[in-house]
Design a protein around this ligand. Structure first.
Ligand SMILES: Cc1cc2nc3c(=O)[nH]c(=O)nc-3n(C[C@H](O)[C@H](O)[C@H](O)COP(=O)(O)O)c2cc1C
Length: 173
């Protein structure tokens, strides 16, 4: 009840206080980790588990390998600013990008794909909101993402679709 009461969007990030590796690990598990052999903390349509999370930090962009809980380095550059259109984005120590793998989704139509993957991303996002409420972290989910440009920067394939982004950090005050 407390987490739900505290759940909110915040856009005012402390740009000097980093999130520890343990907290990031916990956050990612809460978001979309395995809580059963082949099922996760968020539901997915037909259990296709089609969303990958890219983790954009000051030191680089990583792909979270959920099974091994390892962050695999994709680009050793600070691309936080490129993940959004709003000025707070570059201040947030963590920007998460939810990317749909269309092959995994195996949807019959583009509309079915869109409906399912946006719903899936919404559950992941809410898990992050509630985790952040429990940890005193600030967060905001973002549809405002320069998807085409960011997709090129991340070398995404035509089978990958950026769905939403979410900024996370400690509150400025
Ligand atoms: C699908 C979706 C997209 C959103 N996109 C943005 C965004 O691009 N930038 C932003 O600052 N907030 C974004 N928000 C956050 C909403 O503005 C926020 O949830 C709303 O104002 C209600 O505030 P609350 O989350 O504190 O209850 C988005 C929310 C949702 C659900």
């Amino acid at each position: 009840m407390d987490c739900l009461n505290e759940r909110k969007s915040s856009r005012d990030f402390n740009d000097t206080k980093e999130i520890s590796e343990q907290t990031l690990s916990n956050l990612l598990w809460a978001a979309w980790g395995y809580n059963r052999a082949d099922k996760r903390t968020a539901p997915s349509s037909r259990n296709k588990q089609e969303i990958d999370i890219y983790v954009v930090l000051k030191k680089g962009v990583y792909l979270w390998d959920t099974k091994t809980n390892v962050l695999k380095l994709i680009i050793a550059q600070d691309l936080r600013k490129k993940t959004g259109t709003q000025t707070f984005v570059e201040k947030a120590p963590v920007n998460l990008i939810f990317v749909c793998n269309k092959r995994k989704a195996e949807a019959k139509t583009e509309q079915a794909l869109t409906e399912a993957t946006y719903a899936n991303a919404g559950y992941i996002s809410q898990n992050i909101y509630l985790f952040c409420a429990s940890e005193g972290l600030a967060t905001v989910v973002r549809g405002s993402v320069p998807k085409e440009d960011l997709g090129k920067l991340l070398n995404l394939s035509e089978n990958q679709l950026i769905v939403l982004a979410q900024s996370v950090g400690y509150p400025a005050k």
